[in-house]
Write a protein that binds this ligand. Structure first.
Ligand SMILES: CC(=O)SCCNC(=O)CCNC(=O)[C@H](O)C(C)(C)COP(=O)(O)OP(=O)(O)OC[C@H]1O[C@@H](n2cnc3c(N)ncnc32)[C@H](O)[C@@H]1OP(=O)(O)O
Ligand SMILES: CC(C)C(=O)C(=O)O
Ligand SMILES: [Mg+2]
Length: 523
């Protein structure tokens, strides 16, 4: 695959650097379900600095002690490094002074001053006319510039502001000392073409030393597209968040923006200085800290971003990876692409996985195993290596007992469990039992249903993966006669169900070893 990160020196000269302004800890954190403690923000800020973001907005110091504390911790950590801490302030003297105090000790700290400029916000929210807003900008940006060397100014709701007034507001901020001008699409209302035009017009109107910045929200799912459109119009700073968290539908997702610029470098003629190989770890860290999992199909960092299940795609991937991938998983932190075996997979992927396990099959053999494989897929969503081994050993002849449903209750004096199993003959049976706890009751119900008595030797449950969508894996070792010890494994989102699957895994093997498909069910 062409490495998009490798370019010639001449090409590099024409590539514009785009600053990444991270607002995960401010705009991201202020959205429902995403708040972080100062210590959590500090952990996240360290990861963001390692990722290579240029600016970290640490919070809004005037609003809370937690934001002041987080800013102090992060300022200390970032000292001497290239990443600048930044804090938010309204056009309120006290806000700006609280910001300057929180940034004390930082050599490259920035104060981010904002006020709404749209008619709707001026009239209904601020109750200020145009002149009063211009006066507030001039006064407060100048005050911030007296306290610190780096001031950014934002026109909140810029994209719904009258163009002439927007220019007046921005010129007032620049005259007062702002060197970064941010034009937020606060409500996620703009279209990409409007963004390009807006930024191109501002670029022409403002002096060259002023850096233009975009801050896009995702109400219409356009935050990344609008940020890229702003780059095309001359933006050289993008405000974004990890996993796209932020007010309402969120902000521009950093991982998506960074990879769009990297993969389509030749188109945008712009790139960031991020070490994109750290994107996945940073995304996972945030998910863990705020307890908000990333959806599977999320670009770049979702579990399916480099996973392929359908046979035609897998066949293409095996011939040439670029047939179905536009970037390399390792460039964003994944170890590799995944060819997941499931109901949509074909022979190419199956034989590839079998070869990796050491099985080279003739065509006729492959046909037979493929038929068994498709049968197994009717009952199981994903086929793992362990299942392939079982298929190859011809063990999946009879179906054995399968768990159809179960209920476990631990409310009375003793726990109770009811299991519904499909039998090897395709019939259904229901059994229940009491026990000293839910697992004991469950195993007793399974023993009654199958007629298999297991002497348990060990029972362990652990989590596979991280976050709230992690699955539980139960592993059991047990024997039926005290001589042969079997190991059974079950996985499920529910650890009690995983335990039942592990128990049945052993029971079915014991029955197969006895040459029995089913034992005499106990009364
Ligand atoms: C687009 C954005 O993301 S903006 C950032 C939003 N983030 C937050 O609001 C998170 C933190 N906020 C807070 O903790 C609180 O809102 C505080 C501490 C800042 C203020 O709390 P309160 O004093 O109780 O005011 P409240 O939140 O009810 O209203 C906001 C006030 O700020 C004013 N205001 C809003 N934006 C600005 C601004 N940029 N410049 C000056 N004043 C502003 C409003 O007009 C309103 O003033 P009023 O109380 O005189 O009517
Ligand atoms: C404070 C500003 C930059 C903001 O978050 C917005 O307008 O969305
Ligand atoms: Mg915002």
């Amino acid at each position: 695959m062409n490495d998009p990160t490798v370019s010639t020196a001449a090409e590099d000269e024409a590539i514009a650097p785009v600053r990444i302004f991270d607002t995960t800890l401010r705009d991201g954190e202020q959205s429902p379900g995403c708040s972080m403690s100062p210590r959590q923000k500090q952990v996240m800020a360290r990861a963001l600095a390692e990722l290579g973001v240029d600016v970290i907005e640490t919070g809004f110091p005037a609003s809370a002690e937690a934001d002041r504390e987080a800013t102090r911790l992060i300022v200390r950590d970032l000292a001497g490094g290239p990443t600048a801490p930044c804090v938010l302030s309204r056009c309120v003297r006290g806000d700006i002074e609280a910001s300057a105090r929180a940034l004390e000790g930082s050599a490259n700290g920035r104060i981010h001053v904002f006020i709404s400029t749209s008619a709707l916000h001026r009239e209904h929210k601020l109750r200020m006319d145009q002149d009063a807003v211009i006066e507030a900008i001039a006064t407060h940006v100048a005050h911030a510039a007296r306290l610190i060397g780096d001031v950014e100014f934002s026109c909140e709701d810029a994209t719904r502001t009258e163009p002439d007034f927007l220019l007046r507001a921005v010129e007032a901020a620049v005259a007062a000392g702002a060197t970064t001008i941010n034009l937020p699409d606060t409500l996620g209302y703009a279209t990409p073409e409007e963004m390009t035009r807006l930024f191109a017009r501002m670029r022409q109107a403002l002096p060259a030393h002023v850096v233009l910045s975009a801050h896009c929200h995702d109400d219409l799912g356009l935050a990344v597209a609008n940020s890229l459109a702003a780059v095309e119009g001359g933006a050289r700073q993008i405000e974004c968040t990890i996993n796209g968290i932020g007010e309402r539908a969120g902000n521009c997702a950093m991982e998506e923006l960074a990879m769009a610029l990297k993969v389509r470098r030749g188109w945008y003629r712009a790139d960031t200085r991020l070490d994109t190989r750290r994107l996945l770890d940073t995304s996972r860290l945030l998910s863990r800290l705020i307890g908000m999992p990333v959806q599977r199909n999320k670009a770049i960092v979702g579990a399916n971003a480099f996973a392929h299940e359908s046979g035609i795609h897998q066949h293409g991937m095996l011939k040439h990876r670029e047939t179905y991938e536009i970037m390399r998983p390792e460039d964003v932190g994944w170890p590799d692409s995944q060819l997941v075996l499931g109901r949509h997979s074909g022979r190419a992927a199956l034989s590839h996985r079998l070869r990796a396990l050491g099985y080279t099959l003739e065509e006729a053999e492959l046909d037979r195993v493929f038929a068994d494989f498709k049968n197994l897929c009717e009952r199981q969503r994903v086929i793992e290596e362990r299942d392939l081994e079982t298929l190859m050993q011809g063990e999946v002849r009879g179906d054995g007992y399968r768990l159809a449903s179960m209920t476990v209750s631990d409310r009375g004096q003793r726990a109770s469990a009811q299991v519904e199993l499909s039998t090897p003959d395709g019939e259904h049976m229901i059994e229940s039992a009491l026990g000293d706890g839910p697992v004991d009751a469950l195993f007793s119900a399974l023993a009654r249903a199958t007629g298999v008595r297991l002497a348990l030797e060990s029972y362990q449950v652990h989590s596979i993966g991280i976050g709230t969508d992690a699955r539980g894996e139960a592993s059991l070792t047990a024997s039926d006669d005290g001589r042969t010890v079997y190991e059974g494994i079950g996985t499920s989102a529910d650890i009690i169900e995983a335990s039942a699957l592990a128990w049945l895994d052993i029971a079915n093997r014991i029955l197969r070893a006895r040459g029995d498909t089913h034992a005499e069910a106990a009364a």
